[in-house]
Design a protein around this ligand. Structure first.
Ligand code: NDP
Length: 243
């Protein structure tokens, strides 16, 4: 019960890695607020997780939507102790044919969304002089992937952003760390064609994809007291893919 009396906000908590994070924090005693773009879906998932989970609608690309959610959580629960910036999308496409809208939506969700959430949640964390922020990047932000320049750029940006922000808030006892998952079995990766999946698996030293729970374990570590002296770090949870 490492997170008893803690309030945790997980963006993109309706499925995949975000849902696994929400389940993990709830299991360890936290009050978890998970969000996705659809209120009914978020509410259903929270109900499935249990009494210490709440679902809320929030589109992280919209700063007003984020500010409203954060204000509501703070008003109801007295603050946010842990923020997990997990909401993300990916799109495939070679750069030469990439549409502006695809570039913009990937950057706005994966990078600008985390900025909106950090800015909103930090106000109370700064006042309280305590907080934990965990941003979800990707090994693809470190090693690149053809057909995903926008996704890789957004995930590399998250790392630079986190290191800079970690320096800004360190004196207020707020840590900012990054978890960089490798190939993880979720809806996001379900559409990878079979042959490509086989090649991907062959490149992973541990020979398999991650389960979402394995990513959630790293996120929970950064949120725990055991990680109190770690900030600006990037932890790859990737079966050795990026080494
Ligand atoms: P999924 O596609 O399974 O889930 C994505 C989540 O993000 C959903 O809960 C979705 O909720 C939410 N979301 C998407 N856009 C928005 C938005 N604008 N506002 C709020 N919520 C949003 O993805 P994964 O679980 O696979 O990925 C989670 C994170 O991990 C992402 O940042 C991804 O880039 C990263 N990652 C994933 C890897 C993998 O192999 N799966 C590898 C490396 C990194 P809803 O649709 O209900 O709005």
């Amino acid at each position: 019960m490492r997170f008893e009396n803690k309030v945790v906000l997980v963006t993109g908590g309706t499925r995949g890695i975000g849902r696994a994070c929400a389940e993990r924090f709830a299991r360890e005693g936290a009050l978890v607020v998970l969000c996705g773009r659809d209120a009914a879906t978020a509410a259903r998932v929270a109900l499935e997780i249990g009494p210490n989970a709440e679902g809320a609608a929030c589109d992280v690309t919209d700063s007003a939507s984020v500010d409203t959610l954060v204000a509501a959580v703070e008003a109801k629960h007295g603050g946010i102790d842990v923020l997990v910036n997990n909401a993300g999308i990916e799109k495939n496409g070679l750069l030469a044919r990439m549409k502006d809208a695809d570039w913009d939506s990937v950057m706005r969700t994966n990078m600008t969304g985390a900025f909106h959430c950090c800015r909103a949640a930090a106000r109370a964390m700064l006042r309280k002089r305590s907080g934990r922020i965990i941003n979800i990047s990707s090994v693809l932000g470190l090693r690149g992937q053809a057909g995903q320049t926008h996704y890789c750029a957004s995930k590399a940006a998250i790392i630079g952003f986190s290191k800079a922000y970690a320096r800004e808030v360190a004196s207020r006892n707020i840590t900012v760390n990054v978890v960089a998952p490798g190939y993880t079995v979720t809806d996001m990766t379900a559409s990878i064609p079979g042959a490509m999946r086989e090649d991907l698996l062959k490149a992973i030293p541990l020979g398999r994809g991650a389960e979402s729970e394995e990513i959630a374990a790293a996120v929970a570590f950064f949120a725990s007291d055991d990680a109190a002296y770690i900030t600006g770090a990037v932890l790859c949870v990737d079966g050795g893919l990026a080494m």
